[in-house]
Design a protein around this ligand. Structure first.
Ligand SMILES: NC(=O)c1ccc[n+]([C@@H]2O[C@H](COP(=O)([O-])OP(=O)(O)OC[C@H]3O[C@@H](n4cnc5c(N)ncnc54)[C@H](OP(=O)(O)O)[C@@H]3O)[C@@H](O)[C@H]2O)c1
Length: 404
């Protein structure tokens, strides 16, 4: 297969942009030139000569010698404007921007077909783990029951530090920021938005549904306390933030992002720090486990490079599951068993527990373990932020009447 010589216009020279630059410079056999780099801040000191940079996006978008735009900025709306202009102008694009892809998913898929260009975004979900291309290529005809995992390096780093070293949440978050794992706005990580955007992208490739992220329930770790860590430790569990998508019947799926108790016999138990892990469960391949660095300039840069390389031989996502159209419905009518740590009994009442298997009331906190409906959690989503509670999915199987 002949490889097209790539002339790259790069947007963003932050953590990932610089990581990509390093990775590209160390990949001896691979020929691609970065023609221009567009950044925002005119006062910032750069580690390479200023002649490489521009502050004007059209210097890249209108340059006919540039055939690939690599978008690595931290502003999703501006990223969408850059990416859609590049695609309309016939340029292929590689991006790592999950918020942008998740929020404009269907539009971006349609634009690829309309303008006959390719948009690749492997680094946007799971950073260095090649999960999107695996879902595209290897689970093409297989019945995929579910996919779950750890998709956010920052929260995993925080939870690891809290569990292993007993350090408080705020301190662990600061460390994650210093190491370059956290998003510029860390609420995206700790409130579970980032994991949800990634889950929505994965859902598009796993099941062919381009979900509106607003329809998917997410809950993060910002409400966690030392009592929750203590409870988990006493039971021999770790708490991880685990997005889930799975079938509830032949043509219907459900999905959500929730912290989850993980026991030592589970694959995800040893996925610590900034590492990510993804578990797929399929009819014939059974369980498969992917693990790799989920954040950081070089790890993410390596996934971006892999997309750049794929681009050079004309690779495009085919969206096979979407074309097949086997899954057509999305539901939140799904029962889950959760641990709820709370203070006020009125707060507990909001959750409408259907069955309760464990209950504790102490001097500092109370908890209950029982079955709730995902739809109920979804209706509470705005309120949850203001309540003094913390929710963890126990991960125990609950009989859902419609489940296959
Ligand atoms: N960090 C990770 O581990 C990781 C992992 C996976 C995916 N990602 C994704 O990768 C993307 C970049 O993340 P990052 O961590 O590299 O961010 P970052 O370190 O904050 O860097 C952002 C870069 O974007 C540039 N920028 C912002 N707005 C711009 C605009 N309007 N025009 C041109 N340049 C602009 C900034 O310019 P200045 O240099 O002038 O400020 C900076 O160079 C994000 O979408 C993020 O979600 C990050």
């Amino acid at each position: 297969m002949t490889r097209e010589k790539l002339q790259i216009g790069l947007f963003g020279y932050g953590c990932v942009g610089q990581g990509l630059h390093d990775v590209l410079n160390s990949s001896k056999g691979f020929k691609a030139d970065i023609v221009r780099i567009c950044v925002k801040d005119r006062t910032k000191k750069r580690r390479i000569p200023m002649s490489n940079f521009t502050f004007e996006k059209n210097d890249i978008l209108n340059d006919p010698s540039i055939n690939l735009v690599v978008e690595l900025i931290d502003d999703a709306e501006e990223a969408f404007s850059i990416v859609s202009t590049a695609m309309r102008g016939g340029k292929n694009v590689v991006t790592a921007n999950k918020m942008m892809v998740a929020k404009h998913f269907k539009e971006l898929v349609d634009m690829q077909a309309k303008y006959k260009v390719s948009l690749l975004y492997e680094a946007s979900a799971g950073a260095s783990i090649p999960i999107i291309r695996n879902l595209e290529e290897y689970y093409d005809n297989e019945l995929l029951y579910s996919l779950r995992g750890i998709l956010n390096g920052t929260t995993n780093y925080i939870l690891t530090k809290m569990h292993n070293e007993g350090i408080p949440y705020e301190e662990a978050l600061k460390e994650a920021q210093l190491k370059g794992f956290a998003e510029s706005d860390p609420t995206l990580d700790v409130e579970g938005w980032d994991a949800k955007y990634k889950l929505c992208i994965i859902t598009g490739h796993a099941y062919g549904l381009f979900l509106n992220p607003d329809e998917v329930f997410h809950y993060g770790i910002s409400g966690i306390s030392k009592f929750d860590i203590q409870y988990a430790k006493e039971k021999g569990f770790k708490i991880k933030l685990v997005p889930y998508v799975g079938k509830t019947n032949v043509n219907t799926i459900t999905s959500f992002v929730l912290p989850r108790f993980i026991s030592p016999d589970k694959y995800l138990y040893n996925v610590d720090n900034e590492y990510n892990g993804v578990i797929t469960e399929a009819a014939f391949a059974d369980k498969q486990f992917f693990c790799g660095k989920g954040a950081g300039g070089h790890a993410t840069g390596s996934a971006v490079l892999s997309d750049i390389s794929a681009n050079s031989y004309g690779y495009r996502y085919e969206y096979k599951k979407y074309q097949q159209g086997t899954v057509s419905n999305y539901t939140r009518d799904h029962k889950l068993e959760i641990y709820l740590r709370y203070k006020n009994d009125e707060d507990r009442e909001l959750f409408g527990f259907e069955e309760v298997s464990e209950y504790f009331s102490g001097r500092f906190f109370k908890y209950v373990i029982g079955v709730v409906n995902l739809e109920r959690l979804f209706t509470l989503r705005e309120q949850l932020r203001d309540l003094d509670v913390f929710i963890v999915n126990t991960g125990r199987k609950v009989i859902n009447p419609q489940t296959i």
